[in-house]
Design a protein around this ligand. Sequence first.
Ligand code: AMP
Length: 419
Amino acid sequence: MNAFSAPKGTYDLLPPNSAEFLAVREALAAPLLRAGYGYVETPGFEHAELFARGVGESTDIVSKEMYTLSTRGGTELALRPEGTASVLRAALQGSLHRGALPVKLWYSGSYYRYERPQAGRYRHFSQVGAEALGAEDPALDAELLILADDAYRSLGLRGFRLLLNSLGDRECRPVYRAALQDFLRQLDLDEDTRHRIDINPLRVLDDKRESVREQLAGAPLVGDYLCESCKTYHEQVRELVRAAGVTFEDDPRLVRGLDYYTRTTFEFVHDGLGSQSAIGGGGRYDGLSEMIGGPALPSVGWALGVDRTVLALRKEDVELDLSTTPRVFAVPLGDEARRVLFGVVTALRREGIAADFAYGGKGLKNAMKSANRSGAAVALVLGERDLAEGLVQLKDLATGEQSPVPLDRVATALRGKVG
Ligand code: AMP
């Protein structure tokens, strides 16, 4: 039988690269922790209907890309294709919206979309997300934009751009939608796209095919249709973001694949990633709560792609400071030394010094090879003679220098060497 491999469109995170992934995930979340966002975790699957209503039946995500399954009892479930609908569902179910508003939540996890795999586009991918529920305040939109920008910058990422637009609200968006439909109906489009004009015309603006793009040149822009309150709101968001030193580009054509966005809409793109350039995105979704059966709860949020952020960092040759390998590697020679040194390693770990051990009963040569490969700074070598004298050899793996240290003073001696 052939060995198994991971399903198409997925990949495994293995050391040493997995450390980079983990560090990115943590760095993307760190600014949220400093801004009062509480951690939320929801199941990996939900009732399929939640996404049909919350993301939109007409979106690619729901109509083509969702992994659905029926339980034995006949319940229709779906692996989550995105985070917002689940987080809002959980907040409503837990009555968080009855307390102080806004409710600010962050999450991190796996998402699933049956997409055509390519570089940067997977069927299983990771996002860090944030949602601020229950407040209509330009400062909240600005806060999220600033936090995302801070997160990318904290990693050392530089070659990204923030694209910003407003999609209007329930007052002005329908007027724009009708104007856009009138325009689109005059174009030469295939049947699928014509159907899309009826159900989700803004999505047509997102079409990547050149034959469609050419025809879209004169399409009406949502910015020309914004009502006064949407215009004022958007101007305030822009001012606050600008005042924070975050640069952005107004992109009057930016729409997003999900149905629920209103007003503020944005995307972070990285120019080194080819066609899958979006490293994060989000916006305001004032109507979503009502769409999934909740009360009016104007909200704003984003999701940042961990996989693509890792790819972007590699593209820019950014090396993260990953202090994940133990700094100390212990090499025992003989059974008694083995027992004693294992105890030393345990004690070091309990004192907060990361240490590893030459397992598998290797001889000195192989054990030292393991020590050198491990990336540790220092080897602790314990032979029988040292043991009899209550000493252990502390060997600097970079210089080869070696000095004896009393067995009961190892932690102190190491602190000077490995911090
Ligand atoms: P979206 O929910 O589509 O707005 O996605 C938010 C972010 O998640 C995107 O900007 C990407 O960085 C990331 N993302 C979305 N879909 C995928 C995918 N199939 N593979 C990898 N990353 C993805």
